[in-house]
Write a protein that binds this ligand. Structure first.
Ligand code: SF4
Length: 112
């Protein structure tokens, strides 16, 4: 398996062999090895999207999540689809938070 390390602009090509143990090569620093290990055992992502909003100048508010486990994506979909939000919302407002993720507004929406 091959991966491009996205931790820094060097973009090292990581090669991963999984036999009795996991062997990682191609990394120029320890961060790349940790990235590869995370990717094959418990990958994490920052997700973006929109949530419906009542009473605003736009019908949705854009958001981004904290770095969260890819395995919790279904939880994010469930939460973002069920939140009931009302304007005004400010850039940086925390829209939702639990032990798996934080959802933060990425723009300001004024009340109409
Ligand atoms: S392995 Fe290290 S040097 Fe290479 S891209 Fe990843 S962080 Fe950068």
């Amino acid at each position: 398996m091959k991966l491009i390390c996205i931790i820094c602009p060097m973009g090292c090509e990581l090669k991963i062999k999984q036999e009795e143990s996991i062997k990682i090569t191609g990394h120029l620093c320890p961060r790349g090895k940790q990235y590869a290990l995370d990717e094959i055992t418990d990958p994490k992502r920052v997700y973006t999207g929109n949530i419906r909003l009542q009473g605003g100048e736009l019908p949705v508010i854009s958001y981004k999540t904290s770095t969260m486990r890819k395995a919790d994506l279904d939880h994010l979909k469930q939460v973002s689809g069920s939140l009931k939000l009302s304007a005004p919302i400010r850039l940086g407002d925390i829209l939702y938070q639990d032990d798996k993720m934080t959802i933060t507004a990425t723009r300001t929406i004024e009340r109409t």
